[in-house]
Design a protein around this ligand. Structure first.
Ligand SMILES: [Zn+2]
Ligand SMILES: [Zn+2]
Length: 339
């Protein structure tokens, strides 16, 4: 089968033929129909994030079950599935209370073991979710980034009176925006360095205003003005950029909840006095559980979160280099590849 292989620690990848894998007991083989390129895949390709080599990356995927390992009874060949990347050990305290994302022995498909930038991928049956008939494989491949946003958002306990500011309009920020909107909050303000495609998508998918942080003289005043004189009661950080961190706490209203969704690859500095003096409640959120994934699939199935505005490009798997160029030059938001 054709696969995108990360061969070693240097930058780049190889596009080559590899053997079709056989599913072990309790696992299935999935014929990949759609796989998204994630922000996490970029540092893997660049060699910044180390993975066991050689590795086939790719963890945002959906397809059809193609073969069953021994003992698999709840699934059959030909079934359409979306697949979560988290494989917990199943026996630690975190796994036993259903928080396998916090498992100290976590295995992630496409990061620790071979993933879906290939024609076929293996997955344990406990990571499978049935993809409803009316959803596309691209929808199925988008559940992962939706769930990565939605895990934190569920814990914010959003109210109709909440005003929400979101930093960052990549796929995670844009899906957070729609998931927040689905809760019927009062106002959503999106903050991005400069206007462009992402800001347009934000306005089309429910943002009341977009603030260009690179243009704003004073970001706090700009946010207050866009929010009819009040500071937001909820702030979501979805950039993962250390330079943004400081502003996240500054724009929050006293007593606000702050959700950190962006993954920081560099050290970030901030003033803890902002958290103390305003009594901010700061929530971290990492990846998702089986239940977050199922809830996110339901949001997409009910059209409360739409993937079409966020998916800007669909390309064949062999066009990986072109896809990475589009992302690097910020021409694309979410790219879906079809093996
Ligand atoms: Zn992802
Ligand atoms: Zn565990």
């Amino acid at each position: 089968m054709l696969a995108v292989v990360k061969e070693g620690p240097g930058p780049g990848f190889a596009l080559r033929e590899v053997p079709v894998p056989q599913p072990p007991p309790g696992w299935v083989r999935v014929r990949v129909r759609a796989v998204g390129i994630c922000g996490t895949d970029i540092p893997i390709f660049e060699g910044i994030r180390k993975v066991p080599y050689p590795l086939i990356p790719g963890h945002e995927f959906a397809g059809e079950i193609d073969a069953l390992g021994e003992g698999v009874q709840a699934w059959h060949v030909g079934e359409r599935v979306a697949v979560g990347l988290v494989i917990g050990c199943g026996t630690c305290a975190a796994c036993r209370r259903g928080e396998e994302n916090l498992c100290p022995h976590i295995t992630e498909i496409g990061i620790h073991i071979n993933g879906a930038f290939a024609e076929y991928v293996l997955a344990p049956e406990k990571t499978l979710h049935r993809l409803p008939d009316h959803l596309s494989f691209a929808d199925g491949a988008s559940v992962d980034p939706v769930a990565s946003s939605y895990r934190g958002i569920r814990r914010l306990n959003l109210q109709p009176q909440d005003d929400v500011a979101i930093f960052g309009l990549g796929p995670i920020g844009l899906y957070a925006l729609q998931a927040v909107r689905a809760h019927g909050v009062r106002r959503v303000i999106a903050i991005t360095p400069r206007r462009g495609l992402r800001a347009e998508i934000a306005l089309r998918t429910g943002a009341d205003a977009v603030i260009e942080s690179a243009q704003a003289q004073d970001l706090v005043s700009a946010v207050r003005e866009a929010n009819h004189g009040a500071m937001p009661s909820v702030v979501i950080e979805a950039t993962g950029k250390p330079e943004v961190f400081h502003d996240v706490f500054r724009v929050a209203a006293p007593g606000a909840r702050v959700l950190l969704l962006g993954i920081f690859h560099e050290h970030a500095q901030f003033d803890p006095a902002q958290i103390i003096r305003k009594e901010l409640r700061v929530e971290g959120s990492f990846c998702y559980t089986w239940d977050d994934f199922e809830a996110s699939l339901d949001l997409i199935a009910r059209d409360l979160v739409r993937t079409a505005p966020v998916i800007t490009h669909t390309l064949p798997l062999a066009h990986m280099a072109e896809a990475l160029r589009l992302i690097h030059q910020r021409e694309a938001v979410k790219v879906i590849l079809e093996p």
